[in-house]
Ligand binder design. Structure first.
Ligand code: SAH
Length: 258
């Protein structure tokens, strides 16, 4: 029998980058936490809202390198909760969108530990909006898909680029920076027009945001010339024109007013 009350695990989305884009609920969970296990993309400003007694544990996973294995993270969540602590697992964007939050929930649930999932604004939605790109639009797109770009090769090629090339209007591709040539090739091979507009958004919603716009045919060259780095999103589809229209309208307004 346990002699201390078990704690609770909160699997929390921190939003896409700008610390102000976190939800009120997520912020409250941070303030009430005894332990916070946080990822690489979490803003330091958000950690500043933790209580002074809170233990902050870095679990960052740089691409290709693992600071803490998923198994180790799951064990840590269980360990702290069994000590009676309120544990926040703070993850970038939404915890369940390419975030492994569901695996963590399952691991703690299996040990009878109560948990709560707090959704967040996923980076595709946040970064696209911050770049003036709506993922849907009455004139340009009635559907969008969030796709991982990290499974382009070998037996992991479960992504149906053939279907995505035709049946979805806007593609938001996560983790695609190093796979850009392969993604481009797959989409062109399956008949996506080379003139399809593409936007690359690096560090979306943050003060370091950079956006570059091109087409499927030249985007790889543009990404190289801009030395695109992670984290970045690839948005493919006619909706990218909206950004150009917004920028154009802003310039015209400035000229009129000035
Ligand atoms: N759970 C997260 C996604 C984790 S996968 C979410 O909902 O957003 C990590 C990928 O997310 C990165 O490789 C990148 O493609 C994307 N990403 C995260 N933050 C980003 C940001 N601020 N700007 C652009 N892309 C971002």
């Amino acid at each position: 029998m346990r002699n201390i009350a078990v704690g609770k695990v909160y699997i929390v989305g921190a939003g896409p980058g700008d610390p102000e884009l976190i939800t009120i609920k997520a912020m409250r969970r941070i303030q009430q936490a005894d332990v916070i296990l946080y990822d690489r993309l979490i803003s330091k400003e958000l950690l500043g809202y933790a209580s002074s007694h809170a233990e902050l544990v870095y679990c960052g996973k740089a691409p290709g390198a693992h600071a803490m294995s998923q198994q180790h993270i799951n064990e840590a969540l269980i360990h702290y909760a069994l000590e009676g602590k309120n544990v926040v697992r703070l993850k970038g964007g939404d915890p369940l969108v390419f975030g492994r939050g569901a695996e963590e929930a399952l691991a703690v649930a299996t040990h009878g530990i109560p948990y709560e999932i707090v959704p967040g604004i996923t980076s595709a939605i946040g970064a696209a909006a911050a770049a003036g790109i709506p993922v849907t639009h009455r004139e340009y797109a009635s559907s969008f898909a969030c796709v991982t770009g990290s499974r382009c090769h070998g037996d992991k090629a479960a992504i149906r680029w053939d279907l995505l090339a035709h049946s979805v209007d806007t593609l938001a591709i996560y983790m695609g920076v190093s796979e850009l040539p392969a993604i481009r090739e797959e989409l062109l091979k399956h008949g996506k027009a080379a003139s399809t507009p593409v936007a690359l958004i690096e560090r979306g919603t943050t003060s370091m945001q950079r956006t570059i716009v091109g087409t499927l045919s030249d985007i790889h060259t543009l990404a190289l010339s801009m030395k695109l780095c992670n984290p970045a999103l690839i948005i493919i589809g006619e909706v990218v024109h909206v950004r150009e229209r917004l920028l154009h309208a802003e310039q015209q307004a400035v000229q009129l007013i000035g």
